[in-house]
Design a protein around this ligand. Structure first.
Ligand code: NAD
Ligand code: UDP
Length: 341
């Protein structure tokens, strides 16, 4: 494959760091752009010695002038507690970020990938969710800044495609987990694993009967790369996720078993608009990309637990570097977000 200059926005985040690593391994030059709101240099520390890797602190809500061949647009907080921390900034990141990156794609004639989400389906009334399902999103609820921001970004991608012929790839990503998730980012897999390893109560929201379908990060990144390499005209939207569906209670029980933890399950109120069920229909990904996930939940959890065990052994969560600690989010806005006003 020809060597390309590839921009990854949100490249210092959980998924972005794995993507940068994969693209470097494939022989490309990678420019990682991130404002470090939820991401961290720690996530890409192991890549910094590679002369083909470059990190730039930049907020995608502002224009960016670089010369590149491809763009993966991942910049956006993904965990509900993070995207609800500054909802206006979340909308701006999705919408202004999409406009800026699409403008960059237009000027440079770059192919551009959008990290969209299963949240565009909201609390779905169709199950499992195919790409043709138009969704059931509350436009004024606490999750709307993320859901509607991502929906508007999809609209922009398709309008730039129709109006200017931009070569777009829109992936709807379902819940993905793995090493390098932020230990305090509030998403269910990292929450439960950290709680189990520390012997803290496992916080189950509602009765835990809501479902999610969890994809291991390496499987997902393979889907990204295949989608980007697909022939012209394969625009998506395409669902990327693991169709094996679990209740959140079953997830809690599996993590307790795999960690051998003595943690007890405690019940907390279900957050507003929390989707009751979610499972990707991945027939399109299978037909158009020849892709399907290979790592079962149990195996992916074992690998993720090993990562968090190592991390917790080496670090008290309270003394983790500021960029990784929640206190930064609740005790004062990170600089980049404050600057967006
Ligand atoms: P993450 O929070 O770990 O990564 C997001 C990255 O974007 C972080 O490094 C953050 O600092 C950066 N960022 C946020 N706002 C920015 C801005 N204005 N300018 C520049 N950088 C900014 O989350 P993730 O799980 O790696 O998610 C990556 C992308 O994938 C997101 O767009 C998310 O919506 C999408 N996604 C993820 C999942 C999942 O399960 N992980 C599911 C659906 C969609
Ligand atoms: N959840 C939970 N306990 C937690 C964190 C999350 O029961 O400590 C539930 C949450 O209510 C949701 C599911 O787990 O039903 C997945 O939550 P997450 O924030 O990971 O992702 P999303 O809701 O965006 O799919």
């Amino acid at each position: 494959m020809a060597r390309m200059r590839i921009l990854v926005t949100g490249g210092a985040g959980f998924l972005g760091s794995f993507l940068c690593q994969r693209l470097l391994a494939d022989g490309h030059d990678v420019l990682c752009v991130d404002n470090f709101f939820t991401g961290s240099r720690d996530n890409v520390l192991h890549l910094l010695d590679d002369p083909r890797f470059e990190v730039m602190r930049h907020d995608v809500t502002f224009p960016l002038y670089v010369e590149i061949d491809q763009i993966y647009n991942l910049a956006c907080p993904a965990s509900p507690i993070h995207y609800q921390y500054d909802p206006v900034a979340t909308v701006k990141t999705s919408v202004h970020g999409a406009i800026n990156m699409l403008g960059l794609a237009k000027r440079t004639h770059a192919r551009i990938f959008q990290a969209s989400t299963s949240e565009v389906y909201g609390d779905p009334t169709v199950h499992p969710q195919p790409e043709s399902y138009r969704g059931s999103v509350n436009p004024v609820g606490p999750r709307a800044c993320y859901d509607e921001g991502k929906r508007c970004a999809e609209t922009l991608f398709f309008d730039y495609h129709r109006q200017y012929g931009i070569d777009i790839r829109v992936a709807r990503i379902f819940n993905t987990y793995g090493p390098r998730m932020h230990p305090n980012d509030g998403r269910v897999v990292s929450n439960f694993i950290v709680q189990a390893l520390k012997g803290d109560p496992i916080t189950l929201y509602g009765e835990g009967l809501q479902t999610r379908s969890f994809c291991f990060v390496e499987d997902l990144i393979e889907g990204f790369v295949r989608f980007m390499a697909a022939p012209a005209g394969v625009t998506g939207p395409i669902n990327l996720g693991n169709p094996s569906e679990f209740t959140i209670r079953a997830l809690a029980e599996m993590i307790i078993e795999l960690t051998g933890s003595r943690s007890q399950i405690v019940y907390r109120p279900l957050p507003q608009d929390d989707p009751l069920q979610r499972q990707p229909d991945i027939r399109l990904a299978s037909e158009q990309l020849g892709w399907r996930p290979a790592v079962p939940l149990r195996e992916g959890l074992v690998r993720t637990i090993a990562y968090f065990e190592t991390m917790l052994r080496g670090a008290d969560l309270h003394v983790l570097p500021a960029a990784r600690a929640p206190v930064r989010l609740h005790g004062g806005a990170p600089l980049a977000v404050a600057a967006q006003g």
